[in-house]
Design a protein around this ligand. Structure first.
Ligand code: GLN
Length: 483
């Protein structure tokens, strides 16, 4: 049963082959048995899951239907869940029980999804390896000595290991797409403003976006349908109608114009990944797509711009965790200053402290123009590059990451080495565009992802291309040994 996708679960529940309660019990037992190897969950919510599963079964018995009714999922531990620990992977929020549900959590619960637990993540979503979590590193089910990617590494490892069919993630600079690539999943970062950020603990508010992680594009369509939509509680939410994503899966790719940026294949990209990306291009050509070389000339400036803007916003967002208004409070403070300093010094881990310092520096008087303002100008140039490219093509295709999953600890002493892994993903966040990563093959037994980017609100186009690709390839169906 644990091999079933969301789409298959929906059919099985509708045909009364099994109940949501039965399925939930199977998956909870599987998590108890296998997760100790992976560390993909921070909290399990067995009681809530069984209550929700029984309620979903009762709703089905009453004639209700829907693809998420009774479907087991998990939430990255930065989506607020009422009465349940919402840690953001940090000691700072280790004992924080959210007083309300995030909009995404509430919407999925209303659609009948069953929450099995909260997944592990890099502290405050800062990282690309899931090693900065207060709750310990997550292991990649494809090779337990390797990282699963980050920051949504817990969601990725759990879904890849068939502990559950799908989970939510968030993507500020690649944290849905990169871990999806490194664990052989399909993951989608929607257009900025498509999915509500209300109740999603902020890292960098102008870049953060929640989205689905699953094994197939078909399942991402189902989960995104439950997450997307206008939310008056989020001032950056956009009031655009939500299309039927599942209905968009079956469009023909005949004549689809795919742009492949020449900058993507410069030094730094593992040549074995480059070859797999070329293979995926050939596959899409067979399906009728037309390939065109394009250029994104400002891409080389994306990492420095991102690593100024994201820390700048983080330094502001994280100022609320001071031991008074929010978060961990140190023992026996001598005075107010000591309370602030030690609460933040003890509550935040080293990567979070580094980014707060970088961000505060970039925003400080005298440096603002040189760093923050400059980075914002680069951000606009990157967006303009994309706008020009999308005048010529319908989709942009390339690698999701320059390398497959690295060994645990390999980049710990050099944060910049980890930052460089984000080179293909962060431009979509800087421009606010939707992006998807899907399985494209293996290197040394480790999964490789191909990334697709589309114009604003064209999530349906991304899902369409990925679904057609998955109907004609079987990379996404491969299961890690031992799971
Ligand atoms: N790896 C990037 C960072 O560390 C992206 C993280 C994210 O998308 N949350 O900032």
């Amino acid at each position: 049963m644990h091999q079933l996708t969301l789409a298959e679960i929906a059919r099985g529940l509708a045909d009364k082959k099994f109940s949501s309660e039965e399925l939930t019990k199977v998956l909870l037992a599987r998590i108890a048995q296998l997760d100790p190897q992976l560390n993909s969950f921070i909290s399990l919510t067995e009681d809530l899951a069984l209550t929700q599963a029984k309620a979903a079964d009762a709703r089905r018995a009453n004639g209700e239907s829907g693809p998420l009714l009774g479907a087991p999922i998990a939430h990255k531990d930065l989506f607020c869940t009422q009465g349940i620990r919402t840690s953001c992977g940090s000691k700072m929020l280790d004992n924080f029980k959210a007083p309300y549900d995030a909009t995404v959590v509430a919407k999925l619960a209303a659609a009948g999804a069953v929450t099995l637990g909260k997944t592990n993540m890099d502290e405050f979503a800062m990282g690309s390896a899931n090693e900065s979590s207060y709750y310990g590193a997550v292991k990649n089910p494809w090779n337990l000595e390797h990282v699963p990617g980050g920051s949504s590494g817990g969601s990725a490892a759990a879904v890849a290991a068939r502990l559950l069919p799908a989970a939510t993630g968030t993507d500020t600079g690649g944290s849905i797409r990169q871990p999806a690539a490194l664990t052989n999943l399909t993951g989608l970062k929607p257009t900025y403003g498509r999915v509500s950020r209300w109740g999603m603990i902020a890292y960098a508010s102008s870049l953060d976006q929640g989205g689905p992680m699953a094994r197939t594009a078909e399942d991402c369509a189902i989960l995104l349908q439950g997450m997307a939509g206008f939310d008056p509680n989020d001032s950056t939410s956009i009031d655009e109608p939500v299309p039927d994503y599942s209905a968009s899966l079956n469009g023909s790719l005949q004549g689809l114009r795919i742009g492949v940026p020449k900058e993507y294949f410069s030094a730094g990209l593992d040549p074995r990944i480059a070859e797999l990306i070329h293979n995926s291009v050939k596959e899409l050509e067979k399906l009728g797509a037309v390939i065109k070389e394009i250029s994104l000339p400002n891409m080389q400036h994306a990492i420095p711009a991102y690593y100024v803007i994201a820390p700048a916003e983080a330094s502001s967002n994280l100022s609320r965790f001071d031991g008074v208004r929010f978060g961990y409070r140190c023992e026996d403070p001598k005075n107010l200053e000591d309370l602030y300093k030690r609460s933040r010094g003890e509550g935040f881990g080293p990567e979070v402290q580094r980014r707060i310092m970088v961000g505060a520096y970039a925003l400080s008087a005298g440096y603002y123009d040189a760093y923050y303002l400059k980075a914002q100008k680069i951000r606009r140039l990157i967006k303009n590059d994309f706008m020009a490219a999308f005048n010529e093509v319908d989709i942009i295709l390339g690698p999701t990451t320059p390398n497959p999953a690295w060994k645990l600890g390999a980049k710990n002493s050099d944060p910049v080495a980890a930052y460089l892994e984000d080179v293909y993903t962060i431009t979509a966040n800087l421009a606010g565009l939707p992006g998807l990563s899907m399985p494209a093959g293996f290197v040394d037994g480790l999964p490789v992802g191909v990334q697709l980017l589309a114009p604003y609100f064209q999530e349906g186009r991304l899902l369409n291309v990925a679904h057609q690709y998955q109907l004609n390839t079987d990379w996404h169906t491969r299961t890690p040994t031992g799971f």
